[in-house]
Design a protein around this ligand. Structure first.
Ligand code: RFL
Length: 387
């Protein structure tokens, strides 16, 4: 269920092993191939895609990022994480990855996808033969598909999470108490790396997406109305919060996306029940503070795809039985890093001089202590293995 990065990766792994599968997706193909979201992909995840024949375009077109820049107290601080770890980030817009995965699954590996389905329901998860019902677009006909397993990859707003029995699962939720105005500008990047601005007026971020499009973030009150942020106000605030001595001026452009995200995260434990396995945002949401969500979705998908293939082709159950525990260990590791980073980003603007002082100390430590810098680089780049 779901043709996002998680569902399409699981589908591709199953098809490569000759396992029958069907992907159900509520959106249209045009919609999912154009939906802009993530852009920062960790090296182990790219290698995992590559090993499964899913990274050809990515490796040709993605940019490699080796540094990021922090701006605070009116100064710029470059942080070269590749020099500390030998690893780098890949910048590749999520909609490009989704497009590659759909093409490979449907057009090359002969997988079936039904787009635009509605009223999706799950049944008989504790039986050996679960099923999924849905309404077809256009005809309104109701259909039922029987399956051996159901992969719930339907994102944060899907229905699979709710199919877990409430007395058997624990949902841990964290609210950061801030909003981020997520912006996409039709403008080239203004720096050759990701820039984080810690400013008394609030956090601001700059992230390249492609030579023509740049993502920016501005901290704002949770629940703020994007209409409160007209073009002039956005650029004035970005100039102020990302301003630093010697910083090149921002390259401004038309804003093609303006959404307020109420920053929160959750983790569902366990991620499996009976024949249902959750993967990606359906199981755990990480606010885009540390750019981890897509990476976690791929980690789950690799394990779930491989586990299903082992079970269905060799009768080997080890992957599926360890699935939830292995995914949750990484999900919690990334959640903790996001929480740590969030305090560094937002403390300065909290209005609380104690939090502001501590946040600045956390930042300075990255430039004063090689051990702290190495630990940060390690977590910022994500896991070493897992793909
Ligand atoms: P997705 O991508 O949400 O896909 C789920 C799919 O399921 C469909 N669906 C259903 N299908 C069938 N039946 C139902 N009942 C359904 N209900 C929904 C949906 O239409 C959709 O197509 O989940 P998946 O595959 O788990 O992938 C997760 C990632 O998309 C997400 O974690 C990232 O986008 C998070 N994220 C980032 N992650 C990174 O690793 N690096 C980044 O730089 C980064 N930047 C971001 C981000 C998320 C953002 N938004 C969404 C808040 C930047 C932003 C602005």
């Amino acid at each position: 269920m779901g043709a996002g990065p998680a569902g399409l990766t699981v589908g591709n792994i199953l098809r490569a092993a000759g396992v029958d599968c069907l992907v159900l997706e509520t959106g249209t193909r045009e919609f999912i191939e154009r939906r802009p979201r993530a852009g920062v992909i960790e090296e182990w995840a790219v290698r995992g895609l590559e090993r499964r024949g899913l990274a050809r375009n990515l490796l040709e077109r993605a940019q490699a990022h080796t540094e990021c820049e922090f701006r605070f107290d009116g100064a710029r601080y470059r942080f070269g994480y590749t020099g500390l770890t030998g690893r780098h980030h890949f910048i590749y817009p999520q909609q490009f990855l989704v497009t590659d995965l759909v093409r490979e699954y449907a057009d090359v590996r002969g997988g079936e996808i039904r787009f635009g389905v509605r009223d999706v329901g799950l049944h008989g998860l504790e039986s050996g033969r679960p099923s999924v019902s849905y309404t077809c677009p256009g005809s309104g006909e109701r259909r039922v598909v029987e399956a051996g397993f159901v992969a719930g990859c339907d994102g944060a707003r899907g229905v699979s999470r709710a199919a877990l029995p409430p007395d058997r699962v624990r949902v841990a939720r964290h609210d950061y108490g801030v909003g981020w105005l997520a912006l996409l500008a039709e403008a080239p990047p203004s720096s050759d790396c990701v820039v984080f601005g810690m400013h008394p007026r609030g956090f601001a971020g700059h992230m390249a997406r492609s030579p023509e499009v740049t993502r920016y973030y501005l901290q704002c009150p949770p629940g703020d109305d994007p209409e409160n942020w007209p073009h002039e106000r956005v650029w004035a605030e970005l100039r102020e919060r990302l301003g630093a001595v010697g910083a090149p001026p921002l390259k401004e452009g038309r804003l093609i996306e303006r959404r307020v995200l109420d920053m929160h995260g959750y983790v569902v434990e366990p991620m499996a029940h009976g024949r249902l396995f959750l993967a990606g945002d359906a199981a755990h949401l990480t606010a885009p503070i540390a750019a981890k969500g897509l990476n976690l979705a791929l980690h789950d998908a690799f394990l779930l795809g491989d586990g299903l293939v082992a079970r269905l082709t060799k009768g080997d159950d080890a992957g599926l039985s360890g699935y939830s525990g292995t995914c949750l260990a990484r999900a919690w590791d990334y959640q903790e890093f996001s929480e740590w980073l969030a305090e560094m980003y937002h403390g300065t603007a909290s209005g609380d001089p104690y939090r502001a002082g501590a946040a600045l100390a956390r930042l300075r430590r990255l430039f004063d202590s090689p051990v702290a810098a190495a630990a940060f680089a390690e977590q910022y780049l994500g896991a070493r293995t897992g793909g």
